[in-house]
Design a protein around this ligand. Structure first.
Ligand code: HEC
Length: 328
């Protein structure tokens, strides 16, 4: 189960890196606003929309650190993020946690590895980030010391994408915000092209590497015949209109939090999914990919470094997911 969550996080991180690389040259961060105060109640709901911080969950207790993840990029311990001052993040202010979400940086300025999905959370509104941070700060202190992570590859630099002044509250804009920022459905539902980057010409058209479905409005290949209520019920219960139950990664995403999506947000997601272009073909697999053989990612351009990283994350995530399926 936890390996699947690791796999999911890696896949998410990889695909977000692609998106950020693609937009890096044309985007600029929003101007700073007045610092908000987080509301932990609202943060709890954002926590469920993001399917929980599953990597930080383990035997030690709620958010007290997860199982080590070992991959081609080293051995990484999802840290204890409870309010314990000595072994957790009890000394972090809300603003410190927001900086982690927005920039992927610790209070000392060091960059986190993008297995932590800050590339996604970066695009949330500042208020939403403060709310999520306020919720994280309510996690009761648990003393659990983890070893330091070991990185075998360089951590790519990160420029935060534009951030909306306020999170959309309803309708298609709200659905778009949830799908592309908090819940990032495209990480599993969009196929990747020969370079490993998402093939946006088939946005949400399904990717057989992750066993995902075409969720575009195509009547034949997607969910064009589903009503908005049927889409909402799928997100909440995992039940398709024909009565069958979804499994695999989608079941994880639902159990991890989407099951608690509000009716209004569920319908917003459904409304947004109705507006995207129909992809009139079955889900496809990513074409075979090769990692750069010249090796030194540091000497590439920023874009090249991010794409190479994303390839490693994607391949490892897919491998973890496959091996987790064998075990379970
Ligand atoms: C971690 C990967 C992952 C994420 C993230 C994800 N999905 Fe899925 N989704 C899947 C997989 C895999 C399936 C197929 C499950 C099966 O066939 O049992 C699926 C199935 C579905 C289906 C059913 C389609 C059908 O025809 O049966 C819908 C609808 C759906 N997802 C919507 C979404 C939406 C909306 C989001 C974002 C809020 C989302 N998914 C996020 C992996 C994911």
């Amino acid at each position: 189960m936890r390996r699947r969550i690791f796999a999911l996080s890696m896949i998410a991180a990889a695909l977000l890196l692609f998106m950020i690389a693609a937009h890096a040259a044309t985007t600029q961060a929003a101007p700073p606003a007045d610092t908000p105060t987080g509301n932990p109640g609202r943060g709890a709901y954002l926590f469920t929309l993001a399917a929980g911080c599953g990597c930080h969950q383990g035997a030690a207790g709620f958010l007290a650190g997860g199982e080590a993840f070992e991959g081609p990029f080293g051995k990484i311990y999802p840290p204890n993020i409870t309010s314990d001052a000595a072994t957790g993040i009890g000394t972090y202010s809300e603003a410190d946690i927001v900086r982690v979400l927005r920039e992927g940086k610790r209070p000392d300025g060091s960059q986190l590895f993008p297995i932590m999905p800050y590339p996604a959370f970066s695009g949330m509104s500042e208020q939403d980030q403060y709310d999520l941070a306020a919720f994280i700060k309510t996690a009761p202190a648990v003393s659990n010391k983890l070893p330091a992570s070991v990185y075998s590859v360089p951590i790519p630099p990160f420029s935060p994408p534009p951030q909306p002044a306020d999170a959309p509250t309803g309708g298609v804009a709200r659905g778009e915000y949830i799908v592309n920022t908090i819940s990032h459905c495209g990480d599993c539902h969009t196929p990747t092209g020969p370079t490993g980057a998402p093939d946006f010409s088939k946005f949400l058209g399904g990717n057989t590497d992750f066993g995902s479905a075409n969720i575009t409005p195509s009547n034949e290949f997607g969910i064009g015949t589903w009503s908005q209520e049927q889409i909402y019920l799928l997100l909440k219960t995992g039940k398709r209109p024909n009565g069958t139950q979804v499994g695999g990664l989608m079941e994880l995403v639902i159990n991890g939090g989407l099951k608690d999506i509000t009716q209004s947000d569920g319908f917003a997601v459904a409304a947004y999914l109705k507006t995207i272009p129909a992809v009139d073909s079955a889900p496809v697999a990513a074409p075979p990919q090769t990692l750069p053989t010249t090796g030194n990612v540091l000497n590439q351009t920023l874009l090249g470094a991010m794409l190479a990283f994303a390839l490693v994350l994607l391949a490892s995530g897919a491998w973890l997911w496959r091996s987790a399926r064998r075990v379970n």
